[in-house]
Each structure stands twice: as C-alpha cells, then as structure tokens.
Design a protein around this ligand. Structure first.
Ligand code: PLP
Length: 411
C-alpha cells in the first residue's frame, strides 16, 4: 500500500471510529483493532488473495516459534481447532487411535466446543468438578475418576489461568492417554515457564474478538509430531494430500476431512496483533492489579467480592477479570448484573457455567447418573467477569468501576 492510500484509509478509519459512539462505558474489549491491524486486513483485500496463503504460513511459523511447539496450523476458530484435535484422536492414520465409546475426562466448567467435538467423534465424557478458588480441574477428583477406561483428557484452562497441567501431562504420558489442552482462554499463559498448549498431544487457541488477541474469528492448533501435523493439515482441507510433502502429489483425498481454513485477511490481522501480544498481556496484568487494589482499598469495600486465585507456578494471561460475589450478597446478583449493564459495564458468565446444566447436555443425556458438581455450580452461582483492556486503565475508569461495582450491598 502506498503512502497516499494509507493516509486515505486512515482518514476513513478515524471518521468511522468517531461515528461509533460506544454504548458501553466499560465494554468487554476496547479498541480491539489498531489502525495497523485494519490496514493489514485491507492490504490483503486489495491484493485479492483472500484464501489462505503466504501470510497464514508466516503467522503459523511465528506462532509455533513463540509457543515453543514444532508445528502450528491456523484454522477459522478455536472451536475448529478443538474439532481437528478431537477427530485426530479417532482417525485411523493416528497410532493407537481411539475406538468408539472410549472414555475421556473433561472439567465440567468448560465451553460448548471443548466438549462436543469429542462427543461428535464418538467418545464418551466423564465430567470432573473444578475448584472454586482457581476455576480449574480438581486434581483429587480427577485422579479418582481416572480409570483403565480413560483414553483421553480434554484439559480446559479457564480465563487466563491454568490446570495443574504438568501433573496431568505426566499422568497422561505414563498411562498412554491422549491429552488435548483447550487453551482458547489462556493464550500466552505459562506453567513453570512453559507455554500452555504445549504439554499434550494438541494445544488449541482462539482469536475470537474478545480474547487475548483477535483476528476477528480465527484459531490455531499446535503439536510436536510431524505425523500429527500432516494429519490435521490434511483434515483442515477436505482430507486431501495437496501441499503435503508426501509421495502422492495428485490431489488425492487421503483422509476424511473438513474445510476449516482461515481467510488470509484473518491471518494478516492476527499476525499484526500477535506482534503486540506480550505487551497486551503485561498491560492486562497491571490493569487487573490496579482494579483489585482500587476495590479492596476503597472506603466502600465490605468484602463484596473475591477474585480468582492463580494456580501455583503459573504466569497468567487474562482477557477478563473474574469476580465471585460474596455469599451474603448472592440474592442480589441478578439485580446487580442488570444494574451494571445499565451503567455500561459489560459482564459475562464464567465460560459455559456448570456445563452439566446446559440443555444440550440433557438433550444428549450425558448425565444419566444425575451427578452433581457443587464447585462448578458455586462458580456459576457466584461468578461473572468484566473485561480487562490492553490499554493502561485510567484513574477515571478505576473510579467508575469502584463507584458502581461496590454498590452491590446498596441495591
Ligand atoms: C474454553 C474455550 N474453548 C473453545 C472456545 C471456542 O473458540 P471460538 O470462539 O474461537 O470458536 C472458546 C470460546 O470462547 C472457549 O472459551
């Protein structure tokens, strides 16, 4: 793009951003795209190379290098990354692939597409409760539920924090159990200085709008084995052999597959954002500290809330600030969230809540034993989260959050 075009585009972007009067004073995410990100997307449009190409490859290469995995493959969403990982486990090209009805363990505080791809692949879930303190899988219950029938584990890292992944990975390795890490909510977080998503067979990431970084829609899947990479590479594109460094060069369909390819525009925006990932992570960590300090040091503070405790040995990476309402104010939760909405402070549920309660789980009768998960339920009852922005938070915003969040006892 030449200088004149760039100036012209920037003037349009500026005009549009002035027109976009935000209805939220404290939205989940603020200024998701920089001018450079938008120009990078437009450059691809102008090039007319919209389908996946060289920029996607470059992004994959840079992502794998950053995360410390041998291979990274971009897809059109985090859900698609989970779909590929799940269907890889049951694919006849995978060594020791799983038979129908094999059992997998999954924390009950999960996202819809952490669970369903594995079920769609023919596997049977066994749910594990989580800890109220850190929102992640309860290790005692995990070990109790792990039997000779367990053939796979879907570890879900919640809201920037981590499962006790080193221990989970050690157990999985010693028992030849497949391990997928759904890292869609924790891109850039580390356990013992190693990036989440790199402990198991596959790690998956989401670049959805409100996450640590975004490409609009998009996702990434990483792995270390060449064979796994070739498998997911082929399954991403119809199951064909095209561009795989294998003997067959004739566009054969060597496997079953999907079309989960990203657009080159998403890769271009994603790669542009990716260059700022570390600074956005650090900025969010600082903003979180400032908000918690502001609330807990306030004259209005009456222990209204508690906050997610970070798992030991974890360097977190947030996109939101999860909050648990103190039990004595619990009856006011509904009214409180409505009040925040009216004040322009956007909130969300903690992942899919206690997923066992979702109508889809009942539709497929996945909890025939009517098992209860009290800790996930408590998080669902007491929890919600607000955004954490990548730009440094201002004193004005801090005051606004203090004034409104701490009003719960007065409602
Ligand atoms: C834990 C988890 N897994 C998977 C996904 C799906 O990612 P995407 O929205 O990119 O499909 C999400 C989405 O927010 C998520 O929170």
């Amino acid at each position: 793009m030449n200088y004149k075009d760039k100036k012209f585009l920037e003037s349009i972007i500026n005009r549009n951003s002035k027109k976009n009067i935000r209805k939220n004073i404290y939205p989940l995410i603020e200024k998701a795209f920089s001018k450079t990100d938008i120009c990078k997307g437009i450059e691809v449009l102008l090039s007319e190379q919209l389908t996946m190409s060289e920029i996607t490859k470059e992004f994959e290469y840079e992502f794998a290098r950053y995360i410390g995995a041998n291979y990274a493959l971009m897809v059109n969403s985090g859900s698609s990354a989970n779909l590929l990982a799940s269907f890889a486990l049951v694919n006849p090209r995978k060594k020791n692939f799983l038979k129908r009805d094999s059992e997998f363990l999954i924390p009950v505080l999960c996202w819809s597409t952490s669970l369903w791809p594995l079920v769609q692949a023919g596997l049977k879930p066994k749910f594990v409760d989580v800890n109220v303190d850190d929102f992640n899988m309860d290790m005692d219950q995990f070990k109790k539920k792990l039997t000779s029938k367990t053939k796979a584990i879907m570890a879900v890292h919640v809201l920037g924090n981590s499962t006790r992944i080193e221990e989970v990975a050690k157990i999985a390795k010693s028992k030849n159990i497949f391990l997928i890490e759904d890292t869609c909510e924790s891109l850039g977080a580390k356990y013992n200085n190693k990036y989440l998503g790199t402990f198991g067979d596959f790690g998956t990431y989401s670049f959805y709008y409100s996450h640590q970084m975004t490409s609009g829609e998009g996702g990434m899947i990483v792995c270390n084995s060449r064979k796994d990479y070739e498998l997911i590479y082929s399954m991403r594109s119809h199951g064909w052999s095209r561009r795989l460094k294998i003997k067959d060069t004739s566009f054969s369909f060597i496997n079953s597959g999907f079309n989960l390819r990203p657009l080159e525009i998403s890769a271009s925006i994603g790669l542009s954002q990716f260059k700022r990932l570390n600074s956005m992570i650090n900025s969010r960590i600082k903003n979180r500290e400032k908000i918690i300090k502001k609330l807990t040091n306030s004259v209005l503070w009456k222990n209204q809330f508690s906050f997610l405790k970070i798992t030991q040995n974890v360097k977190p990476s947030y996109f939101g600030l999860p909050i648990l309402i103190n039990k004595k104010f619990l009856k006011k939760k509904k009214k409180f969230l409505k009040f925040l909405e009216k004040k322009g402070i956007e909130t969300r549920r903690v992942i899919g809540g206690n997923f066992i309660k979702q109508p889809s789980v009942q539709l497929y009768n996945l909890n025939s034993k009517k098992e209860k998960f009290p800790e996930a339920q408590e998080i669902d009852d007491r929890g919600f989260f607000i955004g954490l922005h990548a730009e440094p938070i201002t004193n004005r915003t801090l005051n606004y959050l203090e004034e409104n969040l701490l009003r719960i006892d007065k409602l």
